[in-house]
Design a protein around this ligand. Structure first.
Ligand SMILES: *Cc1c(COP(=O)(O)O)cnc(C)c1O
Length: 483
């Protein structure tokens, strides 16, 4: 049976179910599969014509033991997870007219119109399935830069084995994203608007880590998380790399490039693991905005935390790409002692310089670039005027990075991951198009209808977030569990 271990090496191997329900490993590390399954060219050829859901079933079956989730159960979980998606293909690929061999992979056709729906639709369903089977309850807690929150809230709403606590930095996400979280009426959804976070979502993650470290509280409230430290998110996100590859290539074996707007490195980690599994990806492009931590990691071998800059692509205003540690584990041949030493050192110093050998190993097949707000706005305008296709600011960062790196790319096909629908960022679209009028493509019925719903939210200052959360979570537990 495939077991899961912590990349810091401090826990005994666990089965898939425990890895999913724990979120973080007990030693503060990230769960990784003990061995990474391999996919042969013959296998890829057999998968060539599969739908997204059929392919997801095949890829996930490599990671999930049948004794834990049966074939029938896995199919049902996938079907129900993706039922609310608006497009039959789940993830359509849109070829650009004004660029050669360039495809926009639209990851935003789920119910909360960002790519977070892809991972969370399945993961929250899976968590709930495990909890129902064990007759247990979990308090899920996530921090969001705007998109994890709505998706977690949507998929948790009304699930009686889950309470979802969703923390967001007030004024650092768009009003549309805020409404998505606060307009759900279900009693098990608890949005927390946190004022005065100097470092945005990263600040909220720090408080969540403290709650985790509080063993008594963690156990009493059955605390867990579905943020991208959860293996289930990364695992699910490997599927869209396989899917994109099989959709755009003429022949298995051909190589492609993919450009990924990135913050926490969850999505890119999934792409890197898909390549380690055997998918013929030539380059993965780490597309940053001006919060350029990944650009530093992949261009200079420096992992350092700098001050937060608020940008037009706010979902990737993230300082620490935490999933980089998960990827790095595989690039140092599973040397968990080294990972532990680096993670511990980074926690204290906020800066690391990797030695040339390590840098060469992890940066192979990666290119990185950061894209300014000005370039982002110009590109949205350009693609819209040239071909009537409206990119969101994150998709534009992805395309912008590939423009910046074009000199280093060959003539392979390019897939740019578009991670959000423009309707989440109407102010940015107005600025990009120099117009107070929004085109039809910049609105979405789910955002429009939420405007006539009331909002329900906890308000709190960052200074008191930890005690305020403990109080709110404890009160809710006592009220609903009658203890
Ligand atoms: C979360 C998010 C990203 C970044 O994904 P990571 O896995 O954190 O790198 C990019 N774009 C949008 C719109 C997002 O919501």
């Amino acid at each position: 049976m495939l077991k899961y271990i912590s990349n810091k090496g401090g826990v005994e191997p666990v089965d898939f179910e425990k890895a999913i329900l724990d979120g973080f490993a007990a030693d503060g590390g990230l769960y990784v599969p003990q061995t990474l399954p391999q996919v042969s060219a013959e296998q890829l050829i057999k998968w060539k014509d599969l739908s997204y859901l059929q392919l997801a079933f095949e890829v996930l079956s490599l990671f999930i033991d049948r004794s834990i989730v049966s074939e029938v159960e896995l199919k049902q979980l996938l079907d129900s997870a993706y039922a609310p998606f608006e497009r039959r293909e789940i993830i359509p690929l849109h070829p650009l007219k004004s660029r050669k061999d360039t495809y926009i992979m639209e990851l935003f056709h789920g119910p909360t119109i960002s790519f977070k729906d892809i991972g969370l639709a399945f993961l929250v369903n899976l968590v709930n399935f495990f909890l129902q089977r064990k007759d247990q309850h979990l308090s899920l807690i996530v921090a969001t830069t705007g998109d994890t929150g709505p998706a977690t809230a949507y998929f948790s709403a009304g699930k009686s084995n889950i309470d979802a606590w969703v923390l967001y930095p007030k004024e650092m996400i768009t009003p549309e994203q805020e409404r998505q979280m606060t307009s759900l009426q279900h009693a098990n959804i608890h949005p927390f608007a946190v004022s005065n976070c100097p470092e945005g979502g990263d600040d909220l993650d720090a408080v969540i880590s403290k709650l985790y470290a509080n063993q008594a509280f963690k156990e009493k409230l059955q605390l867990s998380s579905v943020n991208s430290i959860n293996w289930g998110r990364v695992m699910m996100q490997t599927v869209h790399y396989f899917y994109a590859y099989l959709q755009v290539t003429d022949q298995v074996g051909e190589q492609i490039n993919l450009s990924v707007p990135s913050g926490g490195f969850g999505n890119l980690c999934a792409g890197a693991l898909a390549r380690e599994m055997g998918l013929p990806i030539k380059n993965l492009l780490a597309a940053n905005n001006q919060n350029s931590c990944l650009e530093r990691i992949f261009s200079t071998g420096t992992f350092s935390k700098e001050a937060l800059i608020n940008t037009e692509s706010s979902a990737i205003d993230i300082l620490i790409p935490f999933n980089f540690w998960r990827y790095l584990y595989f690039k140092v041949d599973g040397d968990s002692q080294r990972i532990k030493a680096w993670m511990d050192e980074f926690k204290v110093s906020g800066a690391l310089q990797f030695d040339p050998q390590v840098f060469a190993s992890y940066s192979q097949g990666f290119l990185a670039s950061s894209v300014s707000d000005e370039q982002t706005l110009t590109l949205i305008n350009e693609i819209y005027s040239q071909e009537g296709y409206l990119l969101d600011p994150h998709g534009a960062v992805g395309l912008g990075a590939s423009d910046n790196l074009s000199g280093q790319l060959g003539d392979e096909k390019l897939v740019v991951l578009a991670t959000a629908h423009p309707a989440k960022f109407p102010q940015t679209i107005r600025r990009a198009l120099n117009s107070s009028e929004l085109p039809q493509d910049a609105s979405h019925h789910s955002i429009e209808s939420a405007k006539s719903y009331s909002q329900k939210v906890h308000l709190c200052d960052y200074q008191v977030l930890e005690p305020a959360l403990i109080h709110a979570m404890q009160s809710n537990w006592e009220l609903t569990k009658g203890q």
